[in-house]
Structures are given as structure tokens and as C-alpha cells.
Design a protein around this ligand. Structure first.
Ligand code: NDP
Length: 450
């Protein structure tokens, strides 16, 4: 396919999930492709996000399992937890995955430049070593970066970028924020044995999720020992001689902790990329606006993933990258359907969601029917936990079509993926009811909703 006019048909900036998928698929369509990554191949998800985080979630669950096993006939010896062992295991697996990403690109014939690249024109890129490159198309897949709000002493805080590499296990951890990252890490470190404080600027965590479901989480977190400081902000952080941090909160509380994790959202990684040299317009938050085919305001430049600030989720970036490659290099123009995307928060217990919340449904539909199951999972009964699960289904009141499903309870993320297929296929409450339950399971609640 290579035109003689350019060095490459496609030059991708950013080796995360979206950029790697786009590059690999474009190459499979016959394009001559190169990719530049200044840090490590794999991007946020693989290197410092979803993947190592999920491993920490699994590891943190052992504490509870070990303690319950002792009550159910297993002879348990004394147990203790060593952060260094877990950290090194997780980072070792991340190295393995990074290698797989490199291998995938190599096998696909994509040339890898392990350095920063900036745009110098609609078809021009300059590498950090000064090499000038031309490309028929450029794809920006540079992802996002944690936002750290302005407050005195914020230089002493860490973000999710650093938490996987801590030398010492934080015996006392303060987590700032009430979104995905804050809630997940509060749960992980609490279960691993930290004294955790979750600090949120309002009374509401996970604001975009279904309220009834989210409302279950704070009392459960508090019951598991997390100190919730709601409607509060950090006023100042000072570092003490012993390395600990003194945090003064706006509600008058002062705490001494070992680490402060700031998880207050992520911004698109678009600074210093030279976008202005190609006339690529930016949005207010630094995001790169794109059309349905991921094309920017410059005809030869496309963008996918978090840098576009459409939906900040890995599987979405992968789909956007794939659709871009099929459109531009595969002769198959197609765009990604951003509706009805299932998501999960790996809190403890987990929350999962697909489709509209009840509030959103009432804004869009004349009639809305709501069905719930409020139950104590057998797993919790067996583990002597009083915590209850809640599944909430939102339906179009006229047709019965399921337009939203929201869950809190063990394994919610695993359960909702299959239900999301039914919802995407526009099935109705009657279709769910006509499906035989698997008993005893938590998932059976989905076909028994009242
Ligand atoms: P989120 O956007 O999920 O949450 C940000 C949180 O920080 C909100 O509670 C917000 O409060 C609060 N906040 C924002 N600005 C400030 C401020 N100046 N001071 C105090 N609090 C503030 O961001 P995360 O960082 O948790 O995650 C970033 C993205 O990463 C997510 O949007 C998600 O798409 C992705 N992600 C997905 C995961 C998954 O799928 N399981 C896991 C982790 C990340 P308020 O509600 O008041 O605005």
C-alpha cells in the first residue's frame, strides 16, 4: 500500500491499547506502519492501570478468604503480608505483558520507535533524537494523565502512576477523590491491612453511577474500617522528619498518614505534541475533538482513546483504534457505537453498570419501569457478612425493553458482561424472566427481579 511520497502510511504516537490495536490492524491491511512510545509499550491499562490494579484486587481478597477459611474447618497457620513480594510479582507480570505487546507489534511488521514523537505538520513527525519522518496519516493515541489539584504540599502526594512501585507498604493511606480509582484503591489497601481514609469533596462518590446502588457502598466501606471524610478537601500537607505526612482537611480534621493517593480524574495527554503545527483543534479540557471516524480537524490526523475524552475505558480505545484502521486502511468505513457500554468499579464489593440510570431513563422515556432484587448473597452468608447486594433493572415502561442494569455485590463485573449482551440486543424484561435461573447463584437474581 505504501505510497512513495511518504515514509509511512501510518505513524502512531502512543503505544497504549488504542494505538497498538490501530497499528497492528492497519499493518494487517497492508499499510506500512510505525509507532512511537516514549515510556513503556502497553500504556496506562497494562503498565499502571487496569491490569496491575486487578492483580492487587485479587491479592487483597486473600486476607478475607484466609480468615474465613479458618472458621470453616481449615487449619490456618499464622499469616502475614509482605508488600514487596506482591509488588514485585505484579510488576514482573506487567513486564511480561509489555513484552507480549512488543512481540505483537513486531509480528505484525510495525516499526517501533522507543522515544517521544511530536507533530511538526499535517504529515510530519519529529522524534526526540531529531529524526524527521513523513506519514500519510498520523494517529494520536497518547492517552491521559492524572490531575493533581492545587493545594499546599501537593508535591508530597502520589497518583496511580506511582502506587504500584512504593518501596514501603503505607500503613496509613489517605485517598483523595470519589471516582473509580479512589474507591478501588481504598478497597485494595484496606483489605491488605492499611488504615485507609477516603476523602471526597462532596457527599456523593461514583457520581455517574446509579444512586441506589452506589448508596450501598459507603456504609459497607465504613463497616470494613475505611474512614470516610465526606464534603472535605485537603487544605495542606506537610512532610514530617520521619517521612510521614500531616494532612489538614477543610472540615477541621487533621491526620497523620504515610502516603496520600490523589485520584481526582485524568486529563487528556495533548500538551506539547505540536498539534498547532497541523491545525489540530483542542477542546476546553485539552481533549482532541474528533468526528465519528476519529478524524481530527486536520484531514490526515486521527485520534483515539482517552486523549479524545469520549469514554475513558480501555475496551473503548481498542474499538476506536480498530475501527479507525478498518476505515482508513481496510476499505471498511465504520464507527464505534458509544452507547450501552458496560463498566465496572472493582470496589469491594464491586459495582457494575450498563445502560441508563433511572434518572437518565426518566428524562428520555415517557414511562419507566424499575425492578430490583435486594438480597444477601450466599457468599456473604457463608462468610458471616451482613452486607447485602442490590440489582436494579430499568425498563422502557411501554415495550418492556431493558435499558439499564446496575449491580452491587460480589462478582458484579463478571455477571454483568453476559447481561450486557442481552441489553445490547434490546431484549425485554419478559426475555429475562423466561430464562431459567441457575440455582444457587447470585446471577439468578437477574431473572427473578420484582
Ligand atoms: P473519576 O472521574 O472517576 O473521578 C474523579 C473524582 O475526583 C470524583 O469523585 C470527583 O468529584 C473528584 N474530583 C475532581 N476534581 C477534584 C478536585 N479538584 N478536588 C477534589 N476532588 C475532585 O476519575 P478517576 O481519577 O477515579 O479515574 C479516571 C478515569 O479512569 C475514570 O473516569 C475511568 O474512566 C477510568 N478508570 C476506569 C476504571 C474501571 O473501569 N474500573 C478504573 C480506574 C479508572 P466529583 O464527583 O465531585 O466531580
Amino acid at each position: 500500500m505504501t505510497g512513495t511520497e511518504f515514509d509511512y502510511d501510518l505513524f502512531t504516537i502512543g503505544g497504549g491499547s488504542g494505538g497498538v490495536r490501530a497499528s497492528r490492524i492497519a499493518a494487517s491491511h497492508g499499510a506500512k506502519v510505525a509507532i512511537a512510545e516514549e515510556y513503556r509499550m502497553g500504556g496506562t491499562c497494562v503498565i499502571r492501570g487496569c491490569v496491575p490494579k486487578k492483580m492487587l484486587v485479587y491479592a487483597s481478597m486473600f486476607a478475607e478468604e484466609l480468615s474465613h477459611a479458618g472458621h470453616k474447618g481449615w487449619t490456618m497457620g499464622p499469616s502475614s503480608f509482605d508488600w514487596g513480594t506482591l509488588r514485585d510479582f505484579v510488576n514482573g507480570d506487567v513486564d511480561r505483558l509489555e513484552g507480549l505487546y512488543d512481540g505483537t507489534l513486531g509480528n505484525a511488521g510495525v516499526e517501533v520507535h522507543s522515544q517521544r514523537a511530536v507533530i511538526t505538520g499535517p504529515n510530519n513527525v519529529r522524534l526526540a533524537d531529531g529524526t524527521q519522518i513523513t506519514a500519510k496519516n498520523i494517529l494520536i493515541a497518547t492517552g491521559g494523565w492524572p490531575i493533581v489539584p492545587d493545594f499546599s504540599g501537593n508535591e508530597h502526594c502520589i497518583t496511580s502512576n506511582e502506587i504500584f512501585h512504593l518501596d514501603e507498604f503505607p500503613k496509613r493511606l489517605m485517598v483523595m477523590g470519589g471516582g473509580y480509582i479512589a474507591v478501588e484503591f481504598a478497597g485494595i489497601f484496606n483489605a491488605l491491612g492499611s488504615e485507609v481514609t477516603l476523602l471526597n469533596r462532596s457527599e456523593t462518590i461514583l457520581r455517574t453511577y446509579e444512586k441506589d446502588v452506589v448508596d450501598r457502598l459507603p456504609p459497607i466501606m465504613a463497616g470494613r474500617g475505611i474512614d470516610l471524610q465526606m464534603s472535605a478537601q485537603i487544605e495542606s500537607v506537610t512532610k514530617n522528619d520521619d517521612g510521614s505526612l500531616t494532612v489538614v482537611l477543610s472540615n477541621g480534621v487533621t491526620k497523620q498518614v504515610d502516603q496520600i493517593l490523589v485520584a481526582t480524574g485524568r486529563k487528556p495527554n495533548s500538551e506539547g505534541l505540536g498539534l498547532e503545527t497541523a491545525g489540530v483543534e483542542l477542546g476546553k479540557k485539552g481533549e482532541i475533538p474528533v468526528d465519528a471516524y476519529s478524524k481530527t480537524s486536520c484531514d490526515s490526523i486521527y485520534a483515539v482513546g482517552d486523549v479524545t475524552d469520549r469514554v475513558q475505558l480501555t475496551p473503548v480505545a481498542i474499538r476506536e483504534g480498530h475501527a479507525f484502521a478498518d476505515t482508513v486502511f481496510g476499505g471498511n468505513p465504520r464507527c464505534v457505537d458509544h452507547s450501552c457500554i458496560p463498566t465496572a468499579v472493582f470496589s469491594q464489593p464491586s459495582i457494575a453498570s450498563v445502560g441508563l440510570t433511572e434518572v437518565e431513563a426518566r428524562e428520555q422515556y415517557a414511562e419507566v419501569a424499575v425492578y430490583t432484587s435486594d438480597f444477601r448473597p450466599m457468599k456473604n452468608i457463608f462468610s458471616d457478612r451482613a452486607e447485602r447486594g442490590l440489582y436494579k433493572m430499568i425498563c422502557d415502561g411501554k415495550s418492556g425493553q431493558v435499558i439499564g442494569l446496575h449491580m452491587i455485590g460480589p462478582e458484579s463485573a463478571e455477571i454483568i458482561q453476559a447481561a450486557a449482551v442481552a441489553i445490547k440486543a434490546k431484549l425485554t424484561k419478559a426475555d429475562f424472566d423466561a430464562t431459567t435461573a441457575i440455582h444457587p447463584s447470585m446471577a439468578e437474581e437477574l431473572v427473578l427481579l420484582k
